[in-house]
Design a protein around this ligand. Structure first.
Ligand SMILES: [Zn+2]
Length: 495
């Protein structure tokens, strides 16, 4: 919790009909486009500033490392100064999220996740990402996308009406939001062309845009396999989902930009690796951690395990797990004044949901209650099981299990096991949970890919992760003296 992988939805964007919307023009592309906001660049800036804090907050907040923040900001500013709109109020922020993604808002705010920084292997690769995002800003793609968030909001409203419970609907409908906000392939190609142009003008090696995309592909494959996703399918939150690009098209953009061969282009591998040394890797224990099918929250001191085949995503206010067949589990917390968990269910949480089979339970010593109902998500009927577990006098842990009716019987036993997996952690158990760190080190004589990867915490995926983070192909060896990224559990030097 406290970390959202939800995609950004431009909040409060008003519906517009033709007459109210103006045409806007991008100085980077020279193309006019239909802009829902009226087309004034100052409106872009205003909207971007308004939404920036919300976006960063929903991706774990600002990553607390001033030195690294200012390093990333300085690279972004150099690139933006070479764009067609150098006077926009650009900012470049690292969000404290383990996912790999980057976002641009209208008018200049650019956000990259620390997960993305971990994947980059040089300043030039990061410049490729930032340049691409600046391209989305200068081509005014985010303004072009305004309409899309609205559609999803309609979906949310439909579900609320169907279940008779606003709250329940907003929990269940996070799935709808995650399908949003991917750029079109044409917008991606345009952002690549512009990004490559800014890299070339700043002196960065334009080819590094291509090598980073290779890493992103490898990451998607390894990450997807670990999550049990079919090959080629990527997490909704992955950069590949929001920025659909192919290596061929990025390579074309790079070739076009560097038409004349670049002489001694900037790569800055070691300065970059030094800058990200000690970076927090994976989940931040302060926000709860996903370990395979288990969700652990050392700070709030609880954990639960979802059935095999469910993929957990940690949100700002809730945790969501989904399987490929469309079954969904949502966890969150709420205030209560109810005397018992059964009365909480029937009177506070789901008073209008037509509950049946309300039952009091004890789960690992905690007072709890469960009940079922049937609702509609858009045109789809879903079976709903609610579970409330008392945290203390004023607060309750809540789990919602949603299944298409055809799956309800099959998932009933797995969901029962999830229910009874919920338990509080002792203070000692919670204190023992340490975050992972990315540590940059030199390869010592005699060390191999196997010996180095052995200390990684990803079990049978260790070698894949080592090769992926260090851009090594299947049979590439390591050499003594080579600088490599390692992942280890240890106290952060920077706290
Ligand atoms: Zn993009």
């Amino acid at each position: 919790m406290a970390l959202s992988r939800r995609h950004f939805m431009a909040a409060g964007a008003a519906a517009c009909t033709g007459a109210l919307c103006g045409c806007a023009q991008s100085p980077a592309t020279g193309r006019s486009f239909f802009a829902g906001m009226g087309g004034d660049i100052n409106d872009d800036i205003k909207l971007g500033q308004q939404e920036h804090a919300k976006l960063v907050k929903s991706f774990g907040g600002v990553y607390e490392d001033r030195k690294l923040q200012s390093y990333v900001d300085s690279i972004g500013r150099k690139l933006a100064a070479h764009s067609e709109m150098p006077t926009l109020p650009y900012s470049f922020t690292i969000a404290n999220s383990p996912i790999v993604n980057a976002f641009a808002l209208p008018g200049g705010p650019v956000t990259v996740t620390r997960g993305l920084l971990a994947l980059c292997n040089s300043e030039a690769e990061l410049a490729g990402v930032l340049g691409h995002e600046i391209g989305h800003v200068t081509a005014r793609h985010t303004a072009e996308r305004q309409g899309q968030g609205m559609l999803a909001q309609l979906g949310v409203a439909a579900l609320a009406i169907a279940t008779g419970s606003n709250e329940l609907a907003s929990m269940a409908s996070q799935g709808a939001q995650t399908m949003l906000q991917s750029y079109s392939r044409d917008q991606e190609s345009e952002a690549d062309a512009l990004g490559a142009r800014y890299m070339e003008r700043t002196g960065y090696d334009v080819d590094k845009m291509v090598t980073f995309l290779d890493s992103l592909h490898s990451y998607s494959v390894v990450d997807g396999r670990m999550a049990g996703l079919p090959d080629g399918k990527v997490d909704d939150f992955n950069m590949m989902a929001t920025h659909p690009r192919t290596v061929d098209r990025v390579r074309d953009a790079a070739r076009l930009a560097s038409g004349v061969r670049q002489v001694d282009p900037l790569v800055n591998r070691e300065p970059y690796l030094n800058a990200i040394n000690d970076l927090l890797f994976g989940d931040d224990p302060k926000q709860g951690m996903v370990v395979g099918t288990r969700f652990t929250h050392p700070e709030l001191r609880f954990e639960f395990t979802v059935p095999d085949g469910f993929r957990i995503t940690n949100g700002e206010r809730s945790v969501r797990a989904q399987n490929p067949d469309g079954a969904v589990i949502v966890f969150d917390m709420a205030q209560t004044r109810a005397a018992s968990m059964t009365s909480y269910l029937g009177r506070e949480w789901a008073a209008n949901a037509g509950l049946s089979g309300v039952e009091a339970l004890t789960i690992n010593g905690q007072e709890a209650a469960t009940a079922t109902t049937r609702g509609k998500a858009g045109n789809t009927v879903v079976d709903v099981r609610l579970l409330a577990i008392r945290k203390d006098e004023n607060e309750v842990f809540r789990l919602v299990f949603l299944t298409p009716p055809a799956l309800t019987a099959r998932l009933s036993e797995p969901f029962r096991r999830t229910t009874y997996s919920f338990r509080r952690l002792s203070t000692a158990e919670a204190a023992a949970i340490q975050p992972l760190r990315l540590v940059v080190t030199y390869v010592r004589p005699g060390e191999t890919v196997d010996s180095l990867a052995r200390s990684f915490p990803f079990d049978r995926w260790n070698r894949d992760w080592f090769r992926l983070l260090n851009q090594l192909q299947e049979n590439d060896p390591v050499k003594a003296g080579q600088v490599v990224k390692m992942i280890m559990a240890r106290e952060g030097a920077r706290g």
